[in-house]
Design a protein around this ligand. Sequence first.
Ligand SMILES: [Zn+2]
Length: 300
Amino acid sequence: MPPDRVIGVDVGGTKILGGTLERDGSIGRTIEVPTPTDGTDSFLRELDAVIERLLEDGAAAIGVGVPMTIDRTSGVALRANNLPLADLDLGARLGERFRLPVGLENDGNATALAEWRLGAGRGATDVLAFALGTGVGGGVVLDGRLYRGWAELGHIVVEADGPRCQGNCDGRGHLEALASGEAAERAARAIWGEPDAHRLVEEALAGEHRARAAIERIGHYLGVGIGSLVNVFVPEVVVVGGGFGAAAWKLLHEPALAAARREALSPADETLRIVPAELGDDAGLVGAGLVGFEALDGER
Ligand SMILES: [Zn+2]
């Protein structure tokens, strides 16, 4: 087994992206398949198949990022917000099946780990990372360590009694409902009658004023959430990525920074930096791989 190569698997709401990862963060072969959404058995079958194929290249450990909350005591993945998955003892199961060290982490935490170690948060001691996709994921690095708790940054309230969250969350006015790709779809539907987030971003970038106002509103909510979290964690840097976050970054940045500065206490309001993620669509895969290296090195 090559001790400097692991398998990282990023389980998303629509696709499973697996790949081999070297210690320096370089990615080898990758495999992408749609995430089965009809239940646990087909999901596990597909996950096993992706790992089996990647193992042909040789790997010393496996890391998996899942969009689920994880019980830190038992290691069981408890619940997914946007997939029909619950109560999976995934780490133990994969360890038994493949006889390799296995690391399991929430996907937002894994993304934060990747951006901190190898991306836009490099060298910082305290980092907040957001992934704005269909939903909102995130993670927190504190005192030079990834916070292993839930860190469900998408489910903090930014508008009391606001719109209902999506998926299995019944909360109202959460960041995920107001600053995500889904929020952009809702805004597009209100303008043109069709929920097309890509169109919203494109037209906003081209200067269409309704689209622009909608994206700036989303940026404002993002900043409100960031400002509150700055008052708790005082991060040196806040990293914003994810598919929607990257596409709309140019328009999100200013309103987000303005709102965050307004809410943040001095002197954090002046020193606050909000920067774009650097690892793009690979952040989840790289983070999962890093979790695999931690399992290999006995750091977990
Ligand atoms: Zn929620």
